[in-house]
Design a protein around this ligand. Structure first.
Ligand SMILES: NC(=O)c1ccc[n+]([C@@H]2O[C@H](COP(=O)([O-])OP(=O)(O)OC[C@H]3O[C@@H](n4cnc5c(N)ncnc54)[C@H](OP(=O)(O)O)[C@@H]3O)[C@@H](O)[C@H]2O)c1
Length: 243
């Protein structure tokens, strides 16, 4: 059977969710460009699916290069019908720490790199009248939690940006999906020791299944319910919840 998406770009593909997305999409028959800074893990992905995975070294904070990188990668793939932005960083932040360097890094990778990519992709998909964009957000963007102000704000920003693109591109043949995972077993959150983090293969499979939805989606039904309640919670109550 032909894959749903023939030519896919995964940005942030050297580890975690992005790497697993590459493996599952390639296994399903897609041709996938895998982008990130670290070349070795990208080469391993390519070796796992010879001829199907294109490893591309790219730093998303090299914002000005993004439109040209996107066009070049799409050309090398022979087209592009799905782009997933999965690059993200979440440095450890102490409970009494206020560190602009860390917050800036999170905004540069999680937000500005994402906006650079989504702008370039949206322009092309709008002109062709087709294509799917998936932005990996987080449940962490639903409220300003005390533990990770910069990370929370970065994920709130990408959710708002992706929602605006979804509204802008509705009726133009372009699908924009925002995925809000809870904890997933990757390096990003390994130090936090979540007991019930989702296996990364499970998360990637759910993301691929939800990509065509064109909505803001959670990976678990329970998260949809819990975070609906959390979003409605008054600030003076939320302040006392230790998350
Ligand atoms: N794991 C979770 O529990 C969880 C929960 C909710 C949301 N998320 C989100 O899911 C996405 C993927 O996270 P993950 O858990 O898979 O993290 P991960 O295992 O740490 O992988 C992060 C990816 O981002 C890439 N990246 C970081 N800085 C980059 C840069 N400057 N340029 C290009 N790529 C860069 C990394 O590649 P290089 O270092 O090689 O560049 C790596 O491929 C992130 O947006 C994260 O916020 C994760």
């Amino acid at each position: 059977m032909a894959p749903r998406y023939k030519h896919v770009i995964v940005v942030g593909a050297s580890a975690g969710i992005g790497a697993e997305l590459v493996l599952q999409l390639a296994a399903a028959g897609s041709k996938v460009a895998a982008l990130a800074r670290r070349e070795e893990p990208l080469k391993r992905l390519a070796a796992a699916h010879p001829g199907q995975v294109l490893p591309i070294v790219h730093d998303v904070t090299d914002f000005d290069s993004v439109p040209a990188v996107f066009e070049s990668v799409a050309q090398q793939l022979g087209g592009c019908d799905l782009v997933i932005y999965s690059s993200g960083v979440m440095p450890t932040v102490g409970p009494a720490e206020f560190d602009f360097a860390k917050d800036r890094q999170m905004f540069e990778v999680n937000v500005l790199g994402g906006i650079a990519w989504l702008d370039a992709v949206a322009e092309r998909f709008q002109s062709t009248g087709s294509g799917t964009i998936v932005m990996i957000g987080s449940v962490a963007g639903d409220r300003g939690r005390r533990g990770q102000p910069g990370y929370n704000a970065s994920k709130a920003a990408v959710a708002a940006f992706a929602e605006a693109l979804r509204n802008r591109l509705s009726g133009k043949g372009v699908t924009v999906t925002t995925v809000k995972p809870g904890p997933v077993q990757t390096e990003l959150v390994a130090a936090l020791g979540f007991k019930n983090a989702m296996p990364v293969a499970d998360a990637a499979a759910r993301i691929i299944r939800l990509a065509p939805s064109g909505r803001e989606v959670y990976l678990k039904f329970s998260h949809r319910v819990i975070f609906a309640v959390i979003r409605l919670m008054p600030s003076w109550i939320f302040r006392h919840i230790p998350i």
